[in-house]
Design a protein around this ligand. Sequence first.
Ligand SMILES: [Co+2]
Length: 446
Amino acid sequence: MAAQVPTDALKELKVNETAKANSKGSKPAPAGDDDDHAEDSDDDADENGAANGPDGATGAAKKKKKRKPKKKKKTPTAQTEPPTVMVSQLFPNKSYPKGEEVEYKDENRYRTTNEEKRHLDNLNTEFLSDYREAAEIHRQVRQYAKKSIKPGQTLTEIAETIENSVRSLTGHSGLTEGDAMVAGMGFPCGLSLNHCAAHYTPNAGNKMVLQQDDVMKVDFGVHINGRIVDSAFTVAFEPKYDNLLKAVKEATNAGIREAGIDARVGEIGGVIQETMESFEVEIDGTTYPVKSIRNLTGHNILPYSIHGTKAVPIVKSNDQTKMEEGDVFAIETFGSTGNGYVRDDMEVSHYAKNADVQHVDLRLSSAKALLNVINKNFGTLPFCRRYLDRLGQDKYLLGLNSLVNSGIVEAYPPLCDKKGSYTAQFEHTILIRPTVKEVISRGDDY
Ligand SMILES: [Co+2]
């Protein structure tokens, strides 16, 4: 669904040059773009050289010379499988596809064409291109993931394929100090099975294998300069789960439809719940009502901070909190054949430094050293144990637990409904722009 509009993006880029002071002091985006220019000029030099050399040789050579400039030599024009090509090379000049733009309704209808609101949008070009780049990476990586994920694979293999693809497409491996803060994983790739709804990803040594009968939530984040796209889908191989997945997909879309400036989150939750719970699903001869998981919510997203201060419930509630212009929301809904309520279960893998933490004197030297690693490589971005492993950290559990106990780092344990139940999730990130609502992570898949 995403349409590429390069001309607009180019115009925006120019505005961008003057509006840079507005951005949060980060570098002007992941290397890709500058590299592009560098490569292009290299290419041109090559081309001229090549054309001049065998000049006058044959007519065919001349024809070739004419045709050549149309093609971008060396610069890849298509993604590979598995994905390895930086999206900044596939979309030169930051001409990333827009998400799905949805006009506001009712008293906000005027915003779409209003000059003042359009001006506000134009001040935001760097924010928009970072977000659109992250979203395009999410789409390309999940497209491959959906094609390649098969029963028999280990969860480790699946998670690493997704995460390494994301890193490649941003152009930041995250292996040098601070590189993961420029662009890369916005949070670990969650692969939660069946009754587990969220926050499961394998730790080192995990041998779990995906089964034909499993229902797996694939939830991963991509960030560019701290602008996090949070989007998730559910994978199942057996058609008996179709109605469960359909319920959740429609519930998420209902939430997206209701979102907007001045929309109250409690009411959005009501619409989500109504949609979700209009479904039932028959699994192996038993019919279950699909329930919204009442203690899971969507949330707003702040720079480098996946969970902001606002929640978007997925059941009806009295929460009068309003969505506002400029907000970014992850609209995510979870349906369950179980209790519709999740508890902490199994080994923790996900962690994040608390954004509002005061200085704490740490006695344990291993905790101090680990905090230094976290500060430099993740800041307040969520990470998992595997991310510490790949940075060469070992024997860090004591230090990590000490950081958790002192409140500096928060642990996000897996969240599971009752055993034997099945849960599903769909999620999109939406930008509440001054002129329109942009479903930034929308693809033709979901
Ligand atoms: Co989320």
